[in-house]
Design a protein around this ligand. Structure first.
Ligand code: NAD
Length: 297
């Protein structure tokens, strides 16, 4: 299939490479010349604008930072909808708020283009390994058409319901992740302050009712696990500022739905405070340093 890919950043570049590896023809666009050059070297054709790319391809995937970029690329003057042929499928894998996703999908539908929101989890490692989870919103028939393409980049591909529901699943999951990480940080810090060995305490939690992904797969306390950001100064992983962005999306979606997210809002403020102290680039599990008496950060 001839696929167009826009947004070749930390996530988009490895995803695009996996499409090439699966044998698809690829046209790419990004504002960053080095990002485009990397994919051109790997065999992709370069397009100068979203509109130019739209004229060439059978399906388009976007992987952009936030709602404003997505709206610009789809709805802008030189945007995708200005040039794309009706019937070409559009898939946005960026993480944006559900209502913006529904707005862009409605504009695409009016133009005669099926559109899916398909945000991912799994991070840059999952993008490189082709093991991402895709949370997909849109019509069932469109989901089935897109599934083989998404399967070249991901392992779990879940249809979450109509347009916007992929983003709904993503913000709900990430809000819970942000909250659970703070819960584990708080409980571990309390136990250690009261004299427990972090590893022994984590072992108890992980075989008891407090167990969760933040405690057993991504423990924030140093010395508990290898191969997690806590083992190497909280570098790599999922940045505090990215978590903050996702909690902002959850808060905004909650405001629009008039649904209270009390712990989500509190978590947002804690990560905000941590980021304001200069820690935005650290992995989000570094939030444990807000609690640790011996932490420097
Ligand atoms: P990134 O900033 O590394 O990449 C974004 C790319 O989009 C950049 O190359 C940028 O030049 C390009 N871009 C921006 N505006 C553009 C425009 N108007 N036209 C063309 N290209 C444009 O971001 P990322 O880490 O790849 O994340 C992308 C999306 O995936 C975000 O919504 C993020 O929240 C989500 N996400 C990221 C991770 C992660 O671990 N990094 C995990 C899951 C989801």
């Amino acid at each position: 299939m001839h696929i167009g890919f826009i947004g070749l950043g930390n996530m988009g570049a490895p995803m695009a490479r996996n499409l090439l590896a699966a044998g698809h023809r690829l046209s790419v666009h990004d504002l960053s010349a080095p990002a485009v050059a990397g994919l051109a070297q790997a065999g992709a054709t370069v397009a100068d604008s979203p509109a130019a790319l739209a004229r060439e391809v059978e399906l388009i995937i976007t992987m952009l930072p936030a709602s404003a970029h997505v709206k610009g690329v789809y709805l802008g003057e030189d945007g995708l909808l200005a040039q794309v042929r009706p019937g070409v499928m559009l898939i946005d894998s960026s993480t944006i708020d559900p209502l913006s996703a529904r707005e862009v999908a409605a504009a695409a539908r009016e133009h005669g283009n099926p559109m899916l929101d398909a945000p991912v989890s799994g991070g840059t490692a999952g993008a490189a390994a082709g093991t991402l989870t895709f949370m997909v919103g849109g019509e069932t028939a469109d989901f089935e058409r897109a599934r083989p393409v998404l399967a070249a980049m991901g392992k779990n591909i879940v249809h979450c319901g109509p347009a916007g529901n992929g983003q709904v699943a993503k913000v709900a999951n990430n809000m819970l992740l942000g909250i659970s990480m703070i819960g584990v940080a708080e409980a571990m810090s309390l136990g250690v302050a009261l004299g427990m060995e972090p590893k022994v305490l984590a072992g108890v939690i992980n075989s008891s009712s407090g167990r969760c992904w933040s405690s057993d797969s991504y423990n924030p306390f140093p010395g508990v696990m290898d191969n997690v950001p806590a083992a190497h100064g909280y570098s790599g992983g999922f940045g505090t500022d990215l978590m903050l962005k996702d909690l902002g999306l959850a808060s905004e979606a909650a405001r629009q739905a008039r649904q209270p997210v009390i712990l989500g809002a509190l978590a947002q403020q804690l990560y905000q405070a941590f980021s304001a102290q200069g820690n935005g680039a650290l992995d989000f599990s570094a939030i444990v340093n807000l609690y640790r008496k011996d932490a420097n950060a």
